[in-house]
Ligand binder design. Structure first.
Ligand code: CP
Length: 312
C-alpha cells in the first residue's frame, strides 16, 4: 500500500480486516518494520482517539512519532496557488509538505471541512495538497469528506461481533446542537457497501448524504421501520449535504434509546453527546460497542501503517 487517503487504497478489504484481527493478537510481532522510521502526525483539528490510537499503532510497529498541532503550534498555512501572502498565512503548503517529508517516513493528516464551501471541501484541498507536495506516503486521519481509519475500525468490530453470516446494519442519523461533517457516515456507508451485510440508512428528509457515496443503498425515512431486525445500529449526526452544512432538524425523537435499539448492538465513533445522540441506558449497556470500536482504531491504524511500511 503506497498511501491511505481513502478506502479505495485498500486492495482487498476482507483480507485487510483478517490481517488486522491477527495483528490484534500479535501486536508486537512487526516491531522490526518501523525501526528507525518516523510517523509525523499533523492535526488541523482536535482529536482524542485518532491521535492516541495512531501514535500507539506506530509504537507497536517500532516507529517513532512526531506530532504537530498546525493551527496552535505552527505557521498559518497557505493552500492557494499564486497568492500574495501578505495576510494571515505565513507558509505555503509547498514548502511545509516538502520540509516535513525530510523529517518523517509517513505523514498522517487530520483536516476537517469548512462546511461552508462545498466545492473546496469536496476537492479535499488540504490532504490533496499534502499528497501533491509531500515525498512520503500520506495517511488520512479524517479529512473533509472521509474518515477511512474509523470505517476500517468499524468493519473490524462488526466482523468480530457478528452472530450471522449476513447481519443487518442500520446507519441512523441523530440530532446534535452543532453542524457536523459527513466524513464518518460517508466512510461508514462506503465500507458497508464492501462488506457482506444488509445495509440501510435512516434519517429525516433533507439529510440525504452525497448520492455518489450512498449509490443504491436503501434510504428509509421512518426510523422505526429501518430498525426492524437490526443486528448493528450505527448512530451518527451529520449536517445537511443538500443545504450544505445547515442544521435542518433537531428533533429529539431521533435519539437512540434502549426501546428502539431492541436486541441490536449499538455503535458510534465517539465522542458522543449523552442523552442527545443516545441515552445513558444504551451507552452503559452490554449492547454498546463504542469502547471496542475505539480499541480497534489502534489495529486499523496498525494494519495500514504495516502495509505502507512494507512498501517503502
Ligand atoms: N472517532 C474519532 O475520530 O475520535 P477523535 O475525533 O477523538 O479522534
Amino acid at each position: 500500500m503506497k498511501q491511505f487517503i481513502d478506502l479505495e487504497d485498500i486492495p482487498n478489504v476482507n483480507e485487510l480486516i483478517k490481517e488486522a484481527i491477527c495483528l490484534k493478537k500479535e501486536s508486537l510481532e512487526y516491531q522490526y518494520l518501523g525501526k528507525n522510521k518516523t510517523l509525523g502526525l499533523l492535526f488541523f483539528n482536535s482529536s482524542l482517539r485518532t491521535r492516541l490510537s495512531t501514535q500507539k499503532a506506530a509504537q507497536l510497529l517500532g516507529m517513532e512519532t512526531m506530532i504537530l498541532n498546525i493551527n496552535s503550534d505552527s505557521w498559518g498555512l497557505e493552500f492557494e496557488d499564486g497568492t500574495v501572502m501578505n495576510a494571515k498565512t505565513a507558509e505555503h503548503v509547498k514548502e511545509a509538505a516538502a520540509v516535513i517529508s525530510q523529517y518523517v517516513d509517513i505523514m498522517a493528516i487530520r483536516a476537517f471541512p469548512t462546511l461552508n464551501d462545498k466545492e473546496k471541501d469536496e476537492k479535499e484541498q488540504v490532504i490533496r495538497s499534502f499528497q501533491q507536495y509531500a515525498t512520503v506516503p500520506i495517511v488520512n486521519m479524517e479529512s473533509a469528506t472521509a474518515h477511512p481509519l474509523q470505517a476500517l475500525a468499524d468493519a473490524i468490530t462488526i466482523t468480530e461481533q457478528k452472530q450471522k453470516p449476513r447481519p443487518k446494519v442500520v446507519l441512523s442519523w441523530a440530532p446534535h446542537p452543532r453542524a457536523l461533517p459527513h466524513a464518518v457516515p460517508n466512510s461508514f456507508a462506503k465500507m458497508m457497501q464492501l462488506l457482506d451485510v444488509d445495509f440501510v440508512i435512516t434519517h429525516p428528509k433533507g439529510y440525504e448524504l452525497n448520492p455518489e457515496i450512498t449509490k443504491d443503498t436503501p434510504i428509509e425515512y421512518d426510523q422505526e421501520k429501518a430498525l426492524v431486525d437490526a443486528d448493528f445500529v450505527y448512530v451518527k449526526n451529520w449536517s445537511s449535504y443538500i443545504n450544505y452544512g445547515e442544521i435542518e432538524c433537531t428533533d429529539e425523537k431521533w435519539m437512540m434509546t434502549s426501546e428502539k435499539l431492541g436486541e441490536a448492538k449499538f455503535m458510534h465513533c465517539l465522542p458522543v453527546r449523552r442523552n442527545v445522540i443516545v441515552s445513558d441506558e444504551v451507552l452503559d449497556s452490554e449492547q454498546s460497542l463504542v469502547i471496542e470500536q475505539a480499541n480497534n482504531r489502534t489495529f486499523s491504524a496498525q494494519v495500514i501503517l504495516k502495509n505502507i511500511l512494507e512498501s517503502l
